[in-house]
Design a binder for this molecule. Structure first.
Ligand SMILES: [Zn+2]
Length: 226
């Protein structure tokens, strides 16, 4: 009995030491990583998410890999490009979502859709960096610096008004803008949704709280430029 107790204590101590060492080294669990933008990836982004006149340097961006559960409960390896200022936040948020088996249908780079936000949203693709303007305006989106992320966009549409006309994007998503009862679909971000809770904990604001428009898929973090 005593031996068993000593063994358990030693095992716990060893596990704690390992965890501390991993945290100290900045190690990430399997499938989760933060990487610089290498030449092959940069070539994939050029002319798409990294379009002409892009004002963000390649050095300011990071390529993340994260694990996630898809809409059918299958584990998938997701990828994101974001600003390095929020890279660690995103790793921690998506790790917590993975552990909770929170469904994220698709997470591939928006370059797979030639940087076309409408196509990416229609495919319910979660994405972050894309050098573009806010739809229907001349101002740069927070996505243009990689400081905003859209999660499960098809079920969490962007509802706004242009010249008195209400627009719901992407095409076909209006049923999910009108009835936002979580019981209809686990990917709907509303109320005590885990995704919403985690982004808030990490200091992000949610587009679903905006007054003049609703961007239910959108989370952004304000970072003061040095
Ligand atoms: Zn967005």
């Amino acid at each position: 009995m005593i031996f068993a107790k000593i063994f358990i204590r030693r095992t716990i101590t060893l596990c704690l030491c390992l965890c501390m060492a991993m945290a100290w080294m900045g190690a990430k669990p399997d499938g989760f990583s933060i990487n610089k933008i290498d030449d092959a990836l940069f070539a994939r982004m050029k002319g798409k998410s990294y379009g002409a006149g892009c004002t963000v340097s390649r050095e300011e961006l990071r390529y993340l890999t994260v694990m996630h559960y898809d809409a059918n409960g299958k584990v998938q390896k997701g990828e994101l490009v974001c600003n390095k200022a929020i890279a660690q936040d995103l790793i921690e948020i998506f790790q917590a979502l993975y552990e909770a088996k929170y469904p994220i249908e698709r997470m591939v780079l928006i370059d797979e859709y030639d940087g076309d936000d409408e196509q990416s949203m229609r495919a319910n693709n979660t994405s972050c960096f894309n050098f573009r303007k806010v739809a229907g305006t001349r101002s740069l989106s927070k996505h243009a610096r990689g400081l905003a992320i859209d999660v499960n966009p098809f079920y969490n549409p962007y509802v706004h008004t242009i010249k008195g006309k209400q627009l719901i994007e992407p095409q076909g998503s209006s049923p999910w803008a009108i009835n936002r009862d979580k019981k209809r679909n686990a990917m709907i971000i509303v109320g005590d949704d885990l995704c919403l809770k985690l982004f808030r904990q990490h200091g992000f604001t949610w587009g679903g709280n905006w007054r003049s428009m609703k961007d239910y898929q959108h989370f952004e973090k304000k970072i003061v430029s040095k």
